[in-house]
Design a protein around this ligand. Sequence first.
Ligand SMILES: *Cc1c(COP(=O)(O)O)cnc(C)c1O
Length: 358
Amino acid sequence: MKNRINVTKCFFPPLEEYTKFTEIIWNNQWLTNNGELFKELSKKLKEYLEVDYIIPMTNGTLPINIALNAFAEEGEVITTPFSYVATTASIVWEKCTPVFVDISPDYLTIDESKIEEAITDKTTAILATHVFGNPCEVDKITEIAEKYNLIVIYDAAHCFGVKYKNNSLLSYGDVSTCSFHATKLFHTGEGGAAICKNEKIYHEMFYRHNFGHNGPLDFHGLGINAKMSELQSAMGLSLFPYIDHIINERKKVCQFYDNKLNFKDYRSIKIREFTDWNYSYYPIIFSSEKKLLELEHKLNQNNIYPRRYFYPSLEKLPYINENSCQISEDISSRIMCLPLYVGLEEEELNLIVELLNE
Ligand SMILES: *Cc1c(COP(=O)(O)O)cnc(C)c1O
């Protein structure tokens, strides 16, 4: 195979559709700070995602930091070891203490039945990831949070467009954070958003993402800069008409894998019942790390580069180094995501499947 096939490929809308929006920026002579395109994108996202309070930001990590800064009070934060490093790093960065609770071996989300035993009088928040767009057991987590008076933050970086029990998955929790990074399903180059449960939380998050401003000369409190610019908003707006196309094309690739892979030395993950999924990733879990490395090598030799999402299990990070999460550690060592993007050709897919089934 001549072309290198990576785990993902960024979606580019036609250039003239992007420049249509940059012309508006040039006409307005306005580059950031609540510009016309930022407002338009916020409105479109609110409608598409069916949420009431959303703040687009400059990436998907700062909304996690800001939510923890606002609500976790440097306490213990119950979290998942199976996610991207940003989830744990944000906790440590905000001077909170991560307390890892192992994951469900089927869904790979935090094991809700083990959360209560991890709660102490220092616990202030739960930060869980809907990993690969697969929902956590949100109803049970809400129940626990209410019982112990904890804030719930979801790292929903993978959840663009996912519905659970007919609601937007982003509408669960006090704050959900989304990533619009170039490699994600919907993107603004770099970008992200905070989705807030109510107006009060929205205000707490909004002023913090803009230096604490509450008007030009007035400050509500401490803040940082996480504002999304007009150029980022232009990318989001020009990509918007393609979202359904993107999700459909990805769905076709996932169905191809579902039908053609033989699942002998590997299995796929289980998507939680009542989920309308977005086909954001195609992870497979091998019978052993050895098998994974063997097949990864074989694919690499054919110029195909899947990615080991997520490795290592986060309690093993050099600044954490705990020993508590055996299921996550085990799964991290033998899970890999297959190439999945718009424009992956049948010939390429056939080769991937052939190599994995051999
Ligand atoms: C991508 C990702 C992030 C970080 O988002 P950025 O927009 O790159 O800052 C956070 N958590 C998870 C699970 C991710 O996959």
